[in-house]
Design a protein around this ligand. Sequence first.
Ligand SMILES: Cc1ncc(COP(=O)(O)O)c(C=O)c1O
Length: 383
Amino acid sequence: MTVYLDYAATAAIRPPEVADAMSAYLRDVGATPGRAGHRRAVEAGRIVFRCRRALARLFGVPGDPGRIAFQLNATHALNAALFGVLRPGDRVVRTRYDHNAVRRPVAALARLGVAETVLSGFADGRFDLYEADRALAGARLLVLSHASNVLGTAAPLAELAARAHAHGALVLVDAAQSAGHLRVDVAEMGIDLLAFTGHKGLLGPQGTGGLYVREGVEIDPLFSGGTGGESGSAEMPVAMPDRLEAGTQNGPGIAGLLAGVEWVLARGVDTIHARQSALKARLRERLAGIPGLRLLSPAAPEGVGIVTVTVDGVDPAVLATRLDRDHGVMTRAGLHCAPEAHAILGTEASGAVRFSVGWATTEADVDRAADAVAETTRAGAGR
Ligand SMILES: Cc1ncc(COP(=O)(O)O)c(C=O)c1O
């Protein structure tokens, strides 16, 4: 028996409906959406539309679900947003909790003449709102993670978005860790652009994700190519979602994503969150008693189900390997693609071990994982 506690990386365990939907698509539909008028293509288009509509419901998108363009993952969506909106001479404000999916494209844009200001952030996941206010004056865009993939904390989105808007800046939210786990309402929270991935909290397959772009926000396409419409023109269509959807869509992936999002909508994000918060609290409580173990992530019941730890004298990579090899407990060690967040915690040299719960995690899983950590560290892993 194994215990999977790496849901923050990917929901490797998915509701069976996801694989069923993908296999039904490949078996019974198989065509490319939006590329022909025959019945298979129409059915493919219907599935893609249903998925857009389900995502729009999940994220509180007002009006046209076509404001959501499918992308391959959050990384592609973030690149599409950052490169599509920012121009040389603009300034972007980001934070030290950012994943490399934000940090690296912003660094690439800096080489093209986009200025960057980085908000410092605290070890408990909070921000200095005065610092944010000062940084946002004259900025074009604020980009931030809704939930930190290292700390599991949730950013004060609405407060930061209000400050950004007061200075005329747009707000881009990286919802890679929050979609499906925390309530996201783009209208209520003042989100202009929302990047999400399909394979984590939305329980879809890898290779799915998307970008919501608020009506009125101008965005240039990062990729150009066929869209199945306006084919006489050498320019990408102006209308969403075609503007950001060059090339053949991931039909089977989107069918799987639809099944995942429907699963989330049927349970309700608040119910999912409450359950995962309780599991996180239990895991924290069980781990806290282990000698030498440092809980790096705060309790943050309003955040996501992530518990990141180090153990004195134990190499995180060795601990994660032994947990898997000796106890079947799967976690993620290292810097979690967020080196600046680890720098805040003082763990930038060798990282930490991250446990992350998901839809199928049970109390028994959590207890087994904590027992495994106690046993492994008692035996002195990596000392
Ligand atoms: C906060 C955050 N942003 C972005 C990403 C990138 O997601 P993807 O690899 O699906 O593009 C991740 C995934 O690890 C993440 O945790």
